[in-house]
Write a protein that binds this ligand. Structure first.
Ligand code: IVH
Length: 678
């Protein structure tokens, strides 16, 4: 019986490894989420029954439960070198000429051109086929031991699939975050009142270096392996070319990037870099250039390396789109949770398709590092091509500069003292009644994705707060026509419209209300899941942390935050007041069929394109989520349906190429019409 269990454990591990590989590396999943979860649950149960058979490469070990105090240093067995850069085609040709000269024969040089991923370099070490260590590149000589974090990345094999390298070997690659994943993570952070990451690279680096690998496991990290590192008893490992090495890495189950080109001679390389200068934006992740590597391993040996970089490779850097302008002023904004963010107000300038008039300066440390001052001329860039940032100040020695930036010590809105909690980079205003926070909270409550109160925009909220007419959410529901008419530019008709929208929002339903309350870490998705699972506010309030955590997609952070929220008497009183005002605290009757609705999209991934006639994108997303599906922003083989409106754009062709099913809006409505809260 016990022996049988051992056999089943082994079978389950192999089966899960196989499906992990299909899902993460090959992008061709064969199981749906619940089938996969069932396998994993069975494995975990059996492993819990037989702890004597625990092994570190079991697929159940991806989520590190242990919290590290700090990362231990790892000395790399061979240094992780950097790459020399070529910033122009001329510099690329110079690199080639040096290669030709050193190799000294007149055979044409074969190159491999790869993407230069803008992430974090890592080293993975395997012993007898099992992952034993993951490390950051660090300074190239000494990195940090991040094994637990690395194990959470689904596309990292914990055990390799072939025995191409016996014994002990190391592979190297780059950990990164897709733009999609980055945007979703930042949305969640913003909804939860946390500072967003500046770009996907920072998000990947921050996620990989978290001491609690349990949190890393929730972050959408990806990896591409681009080379072998140290190999014990390395006899060239039998490979004549870099191309063969990559093939072997693929066979072993590593995720090697598909955009990898064999070029005969430098002219083909030049054509590739020119092609990719524009093509790079079609990728789902950021690349900052291409890496050009001599293909022959024998030539690597002849060319050698300096102490910093190999002479057989170079990085061709793409030019980031930049613009010059003036920072007119540096202001500090107070967010919903009191976080104070410095922002540069710029002389408007056109950059990568839009006019930019502000740029985030992230935090005090960043301003200090770059010494940005009001009045300075600055170079701005779209970081990760999404958020404009100030790259540097242009000092031309003309005229006096303004004084160095000083973070205010008092809140610019309510004058209470700001605090910077130890270990954090963010200054916060802790005054819950700070008018800036009150306004932001009310704006969030009224916003489209929350209670969706039409006509209640920031200008009116400012006035309501400043005249003392609204402070808490429930105050909105006791506003009278007279209260509104006394506001500036508020005619009788607008006042009536606004009152009608406020009244209508009472029926917004539990999910929207939960999101609107602005409970830390409870984003839109979590709110929908909580509402569907528990149906009433009261049941959520009564639930234990464990009970909340047992819900799929609700992690310990959300669960603890909910408990803390409901432990605060003032919050309970506010919810009771809302209820007395007639605000619905349960899932709506029409939507309560949500739970009973056939979840026709269970486990399915959808991408939206074109303009939908009957839904906003957010409405469509909510409905899809209520039916068990997920919306992602870019197409891949994992996509099940492309939902198309009018003017679908290039995604339609891509979907056809990938064989993704096309779902027209009318068809979608037929499936889901009942899911709308009419
Ligand atoms: S090869 C000795 N290939 O770029 C060869 N590196 O500036 C060095 N990187 O630390 C590594 N994409 O983290 C290589 N396709 C690629 C790469 C790549 C990104 C990073 C890597 C390295 C840095 C060097």
């Amino acid at each position: 019986m016990v022996d049988q269990d051992k056999q089943i454990i082994e079978q389950l591990r192999d089966e899960i490894r196989h499906h992990d590989h299909l899902y993460y590396v090959e992008d061709k999943p064969e199981l749906n989420d619940s089938e996969y979860d069932a396998l994993m649950r069975r494995l975990k149960e059996l492993e819990a029954l037989h702890p004597q058979w625990a092994v570190s490469d079991s697929p159940s070990q991806r989520v590190g439960g242990m919290r590290a105090e700090k990362f231990a240093p790892i000395v790399h067995k061979t240094p992780m070198l950097s790459l020399d850069n070529a910033f122009s085609v001329e510099e690329l040709r110079d690199f080639h000429n040096r290669v030709v000269k050193t190799l000294g024969d007149d055979k044409p040089i074969e190159y491999i051109v790869e993407l230069k991923f803008d992430g974090l370099g890592v080293s993975l070490t395997y012993e007898n086929g099992t992952l034993i260590q993951g490390a950051t590149r660090g300074d190239g000589k000494v990195g940090e031991n991040i094994t637990a974090n690395i194990k959470t990345i689904g596309s990292v094999p914990l055990k390799v699939r072939t025995e191409d390298f016996p014994g002990y070997f190391e592979v190297r690659g780059e950990v990164l975050m897709n733009r999609d994943g980055f945007e979703a993570l930042n949305r969640m952070r913003e909804e939860a009142g946390e500072a967003p990451f500046a770009n996907p690279r920072n998000a990947a680096a921050g996620s990989l270096r978290l001491l609690d690998a349990g949190i890393t496991a929730t972050r959408p990290l990806e990896i591409f392996i681009y080379s072998l590192g140290y190999v014990a008893e390395h006899k060239g490992a039998g490979f004549a070319t870099h191309e063969e090495t990559l093939q072997a890495l693929k066979r072993m189950g590593f995720r090697v990037n598909e955009h990898c080109f064999l070029c005969q001679g430098i002219e083909e390389v030049v054509a590739k870099v020119e092609e990719w200068q524009t093509k790079k934006s079609d990728l789902e992740y950021d690349v900052d250039g291409l890496v050009v590597k001599v293909n022959s391993i024998a030539s690597h040996k002849k060319l050698g390396a300096t102490s910093k970089y190999p002479r057989w490779a170079t990085a061709f850097k793409f030019t980031a789109e930049q613009a010059e302008t003036r920072a007119l002023e540096i202001i500090c904004q107070v967010g919903r949770t009191g976080a104070v963010t410095p922002v540069a107000i710029l002389e408007p300038v056109f950059l990568s398709g839009s006019t930019v008039s502000r740029a985030t300066l992230h935090n005090e440390d960043e301003i200090r590092r770059k010494d940005i001052r009001a009045g300075d001329r600055v170079v701005i860039e779209k970081a990760g091509e999404i958020i404009p940032k100030v790259v540097r100040v242009i000092l031309n020695g003309e005229g006096e500069r303004g004084p160095a930036f000083q973070m205010p010590t008092q809140c610019p809105e309510c004058d209470s003292s700001l605090v910077r909690p130890e270990g954090e980079v963010v200054w916060r205003c802790l005054n819950f009644s700070c008018p800036a926070q009150v306004k932001e909270r009310l704006c969030h409550f009224a916003s489209r994705n929350a209670m969706d109160i039409d006509h209640l925009g920031p200008a009116i909220i400012d006035q309501l707060v400043e005249t003392g007419k609204a402070r808490r959410f429930s105050d909105l529901y006791i506003l009278t026509r007279e209260d509104l008419i006394s506001l500036e530019r508020m005619a009788e008709k607008s006042a009536n419209n606004l009152l009608a929208s406020i009244a209508k929002s009472k029926q917004a339903g539990l999910a929207r209300l939960l999101f609107g309350l602005g409970i830390r870490h409870v984003g839109q998705r979590a709110a929908v899941v909580l509402a569907q699972t528990f149906q009433t506010m009261e049941r959520i309030r009564q639930e234990s942390v464990e009970g909340l955590e047992s819900v799929m997609e609700i992690g310990p952070i959300i669960a603890r935050s909910l408990r803390a929220y409901f432990a605060d008497e003032a919050n309970i009183r506010e919810i009771e007041t809302l209820s007395r005002c007639g605000v619905e605290l349960s899932v709506l009757q029409s939507a309560s069929t949500e739970g009973a609705l056939e979840r026709v999209l269970e486990g399915k991934q959808l991408v939206l394109t074109g303009t939908l006639k009957n839904f906003t994108r957010n409405e469509a997303k909510e409905i899809i989520s209520a039916l068990g599906g997920r919306v992602t922003s870019s197409l891949s083989q994992k996509t099940d349906y492309l939902l198309t409106g009018t003017d679908p754009g290039s995604k339609l062709n891509k979907a056809k190429e990938l064989g993704v099913k096309i779902l027209e809006e009318e068809e979608f409505q037929k499936w889901t019409g009942q899911a709308r809260d009419e």
